[in-house]
Design a protein around this ligand. Sequence first.
Ligand code: SF4
Length: 687
Amino acid sequence: MRITLAENAGYCPGVGKAVNLALETAANSGQNVFSLGPIIHNPQVIEFLGSRGVGVVNDLAELPAGSTLLVRSHGLPPEKLARARAMGLNVVDATCNFVRRAQKYAKQLHQDGYQVYIIGDQGHPEVIAIKAHTENNAVVIRGPDDIDKLELTTRQKIGVIAQTTQRWENVQDCINKLLRKVGELRIYPTICPASTRRQSETMKLATENQVILVVGGKNSANTSNLATISRAAGARTYHIEGPGEINPDWFRGVSAIGITAGASTPRWIIEGVLSRMEEIKEQQTENLDQPEASAPENMAEVAMEMTGPKLERGALINATVVKVEPDRVLVDVGYKTEGIIDVKDLTRFQIDDPNEVVAVGDEFNVVVIKTENEEGHPILSKKRADADLAWEEIQKAQSADGIITATVKEEVKGGLLVDLGVRGFVPASQASSQYVEDLSQFIGQTLKFKILEVDERRKNVVLSHKEVEIAEQEAAKQEVFASIKEGDVISGIVKRLTSFGAFVEIKPGVEGLLHVSEIAWERVNHPSDVLKEGEEIKVKILGIDQEKGRISLGRKQVLPDPWVTLQKEIKEGDVVTGTVTRLVDFGAFIRLAPGIEGLAHISELAYQHVDTPQDVLKSGEEVKVKVLNIDPEAKRISLSVKQAAPEPKKKESAPKKQAASVPTEPTTEGYTIGDMVGDIFGDALKK
Ligand code: SF4
């Protein structure tokens, strides 16, 4: 039996974003978050979200001021959004960008004088919100049949918008019909790419398989559309909400099964369906392989009784690995011949080599699938035994602290698969408390997980590594808070650099903030000018806010204070060399040593009058300065550039020009005749 899962089965980007935003908002605010109507049309997800603090209300009036309203990916009518804000609700908008685009086009068409037609479901929240953007003037049609009921004339200007999850064929049929009836038709094919991809994949799957399982809420428009497409393509189609609804009889005599899922179906439900289908596949294979009830005259059975424990089909027995071959593993089960575990019966995960899972000498339980093959070897399954034990372990862990350890096996769309003996699913948002760009980095790691959801019947196990990390960080934080006090000097690792400072890890998962102004005594433009990520540094604890979980750190405080050093090396009246760092209207800042800058007032830059400091100095220039005053407490130094050099001799003043009056004792000493005459003329001219 071949089972094929559609590549794009499950959450679309818009739904994924809304669900993650809802969970994050509830977790970060510590308050309940509400959506007006269910965030997505899937009852299991709604139940799960409810358990994480994301509730559903049917009317804004149910929400008290100050609570948080999450706008679903379907969007909201503008007047409802305005009302929510006027009520003082904290609005978190998760409207999908493709829905926003449809709203924008509808509004534009309406403003441009077109009668807007929306192809979609009248009561669907997305359609209601789009219609509201046309002042509720748009007409909603389900399909071409509705167009026959409309009174249309060739003089009309018609604009068409489609609900984002519509079937393309339906939209096309509507457009063809409208084209024959109206004068002007403007069409915005607003079906979103995620829906288009899912629909064409379903169509292909339906033509290549005999039976199709469409997984998703029965009230989900896009999932129902997939079921319609699959049936239209001729495949026997079952629309199910989860693995519990699967009936093994559907697959009797069937060799190819396709599975697809709507945009609102979470990966853990799809995983549950896959696990259930694998079980059914195994059972059907066994039934084909194994004749019913062993015949008493079966000599092998008789021999078994004579040579060791009786093997019964379905029994759980202990096995020890004696040999690992490329496609099978031989084990000792205390029987006359070695048992065989086929590579496909070793694990639920895809492996290239049995050595990835077992080694010679390993002991574990196996389930007897067949008491003997043609060569007299029992055929066994480790995978089945693991699954049986896994459910017990999961139940035990759940009733203890809810924490279980497992190895990450695969990255799948929307998250990670881990090996619990059964498949466990970790949604991408639950993989880590930090942003993770590439989930594949977890593959092969054995980690602790918090069990979020277990449903043996539905074959669902949903896990979170993020919650374990957060709990560990919280515990480490409390431990750190109890062990440090302001003024302590400790070591830490620079984890992240931002424009405003560096985050320094004090203990695994506990970080403090080293503000940019506290990195060094000298001015630091960006933390990366001084620090490197991964570097170990000494820091002083400047402040602890246990309530907000914040620790502020200082690095310059553990470095030698340049003001102390300075006082030993420089005194008032000394002439030293410095570098001009900044020129401002009132003077120049001059760096004397790392972390020590003094100010030379504009009046101290030169003996002559200076209009602006730039007239006499350049930034970066080295200058000699005289230290006029040092104030270590205020950390101020006054400098003088002009006093560092001897005062230039005053130029002898030019001889005074003769006044207009004639000296009482006429003399030419110090004057030229021209001076005198000129002055006389000048004076005469002034009159
Ligand atoms: S189906 Fe398309 S339009 Fe709707 S939420 Fe998903 S991505 Fe957005």
